[in-house]
Structures are given as structure tokens and as C-alpha cells.
Design a protein around this ligand. Structure first.
Ligand code: AMP
Ligand code: ZN
Length: 117
């Protein structure tokens, strides 16, 4: 567990989360300020700063995170209508929590890929 990491604390059960899916190594829970009707965060239980660091250290676990994102989309009923899976990394992306997380967004047309400003 990384010091002072919000998502490590959620994994440890120190901060509550609305969990929608869980495997031995991956946790999926609802974003606290949803940006779409479906907005779920998918994280490895182990701490890595971003998707590239995760994939470099443990490609299998990176694959499992993406697999769980797909399972969440199915569970939330957006696998057919479509969804977006976003991993922010670094300042220009607006990354706020430095424990890798995939945003599963769906339930409405999601518009253009990037918004400026
Ligand atoms: P990012 O900007 O990619 O780092 O995304 C961080 C996300 O974490 C944001 O969408 C926040 O709304 C979300 N978030 C922050 N605190 C919590 C929390 N306690 N439980 C669930 N989601 C959270
Ligand atoms: Zn962490």
C-alpha cells in the first residue's frame, strides 16, 4: 500500500466505495462524481502510478484490469450501446489520483474524444 493513496485506502477498506465488481486482484467501484450515467473506476489492488507502469511491471494484471472493465460494461448494460475506457496519465490528462484506474464511461453518447481547456 502506497502512503496516502486514496485508492489503496479504498482497497484496504479504510474508505467506503460502491463496489460493482471484484476479483482477487482487481476492484471496480462507482466514481464519486459521475461524468456519465455509467461511470465506474477499475483498479488493480496493487499500487501502480499509471497504466504504462502497471503494464511494464505486470502485463497479466493490466490485461485483467481491461477484462474487468469489459465485465463491468456488460453488468452495467452498456456493452452493446457502447462505452469508453480511459486511463489518464500525467498533468495534461488531468490525472488526480496516482493509482492507476480505468474510467468506464457509458449510458449516453459520449461525444468527441477530447475536450480542450
Ligand atoms: P483521474 O482524474 O483520472 O485521476 O480520476 C480520479 C477520479 O476519482 C475522479 O473522476 C474522481 O471523481 C474520482 N474519485 C475521487 N475520490 C473518489 C472516491 N472516494 N470514490 C470514488 N471515486 C473517487
Ligand atoms: Zn494506491
Amino acid at each position: 500500500m502506497a502512503d496516502n493513496c486514496l485508492f489503496c485506502r479504498i482497497v484496504a477498506g479504510e474508505i467506503p466505495a460502491d463496489v460493482v465488481h471484484e476479483t482477487g486482484r482487481v476492484l471496480a467501484f462507482r466514481d464519486i462524481t459521475p461524468k456519465a450515467p455509467v461511470h465506474v473506476l477499475v483498479i488493480p489492488k496493487d499500487h501502480y502510478e499509471n497504466a504504462a507502469a502497471l503494464a511494464a511491471a505486470d502485463p497479466g494484471l493490466a490485461g485483467e484490469v481491461v477484462q474487468v472493465a469489459g465485465a463491468v460494461a456488460a453488468k452495467e448494460g452498456v456493452a452493446e450501446s457502447g462505452y469508453r475506457l480511459i486511463f489518464n496519465a500525467g498533468p495534461d490528462s488531468g490525472q488526480e489520483v496516482f493509482h492507476v484506474h480505468g474510467h468506464v464511461l457509458g449510458g449516453q453518447p459520449l461525444g468527441a474524444l477530447t475536450g480542450r481547456g
